[in-house]
Design a protein around this ligand. Structure first.
Ligand SMILES: [Zn+2]
Length: 62
């Protein structure tokens, strides 16, 4: 499985901006509009993460 990175709202940098962190145990799902999204856990802080995926990204993670 490809490594997935997403913005973590809890892991912020010195400027208080969310930073990119590795997503653990990403689960790909499709929302009611047919968009792919991934839910997982931040490898750094353990917080919940969420990311919209392109169709290609979603296929690569399956
Ligand atoms: Zn985090």
């Amino acid at each position: 499985m490809a490594e997935l990175k997403a913005l973590c709202m809890k892991c912020r940098d010195a400027n208080n901006k969310p930073t990119m962190q590795v997503m653990k145990d990403p689960k790909v799902e499709q929302n009611e509009k047919g968009r792919y999204q991934a839910r997982g856990i931040c490898a750094n802080c353990g917080g919940n993460m969420f990311k919209f995926l392109s169709k290609d990204d979603a296929e690569a993670l399956k």
